[in-house]
Design a protein around this ligand. Sequence first.
Ligand SMILES: *Cc1c(COP(=O)(O)O)cnc(C)c1O
Length: 364
Amino acid sequence: MIDRQALRHNIQAEVGRLKAGCDLFMVVKANGYGHGAAQVARVAKEAGASGFCVAILDEALELRAAGFNEPILILGVTRPQDAPLMAAQKISATVAATDWLAEAAKYLALAPTKAPLRVHLGLDTGMGRIGFRTPDALKTATDFMTTHSTEFIFEGIFTHFSTADDPDDRYFKGQVAKWHALVDTLPHRPRYVHVSNSATSLWHDACNDNLVRFGVAGYGLNPSGEAIPQTPYPLEPAMSLTSELVYTKQLHAGESVSYGATYTAQQDEWVGTVPIGYADGYERRLQGFHVLVAGQFCEIIGRVCMDQMMIRLPQAYQRGTKVTLVGRDGDQTIRLQDLADYCGTIHYELACGFTDRLPRHYIN
Ligand SMILES: *Cc1c(COP(=O)(O)O)cnc(C)c1O
């Protein structure tokens, strides 16, 4: 279940604390971190987002097809062959190399529409992923766009921080210094100058400049996990996950459950079957973790199967009884962060890993 009110709260709170003239683009890559890209984009727009970021061209096209006319920035590297399509759809491309521009220029010159491509130059200041790394390389790119002004609009420039969610800010400060050493050499600033993901805007908002790429915190998840618990406003998680008991039985002492027979009952006990498994993105590593039934923690016993798993119940419950895998039931809560801790990963990975087989219900 996706709580639109939580999304609205987080995004409005963020928009409300940005300096005048600073825009927020909601990051809706990976199907809106598993929450549903178009649904999230709709709420984000109402809450004050003026554009969107995605990772790949297909995600940008999905938003255009859903009727969004706002600016869309693709954060990853695209194919130069797709430059005319992006130009025609007014989708902005991240460019990390001048030879990309040279190749794209050829395709753009041949395109019947003659629309210019909007470009955001990516700078690598220490993330080590994509981007220009030296003032000379950056100048070559901006000069190329100046001499090819029919093909390109130099719309933005940005970098990405790798440790903005770390209480130790030494590496972060080094990246900020490298960013200035590059961006301050520009003779003209483009429309959008941006460095901030969620963590940067929450904890280092002095460097925001005029655009924030707001992702995980918009979904109500702390970008640092639990490393920096303080946030400027409370984050409200939008995603919860519930299922129901489809089958219950009493297991006798000595009887085993699931593949590999890794769990054997020590005494007579009630067991429920829940129709969810790793093909839904509910990780196999969650064996031994718990869910909530009637406000009580129930252990996941035996291996998590592809489509089903078993839990130990404190008593008999009827088929159809609600099972909460993520969210609140009674006085107890299971957070995505708790699942992530158990699996040794981060909530980002689990949220975007829930597959299409799980229907998303939108409330509020
Ligand atoms: C995914 C991504 C973001 C959003 O990051 P969050 O931590 O979810 O806020 C911002 N910028 C870039 C370049 C990204 O890849």
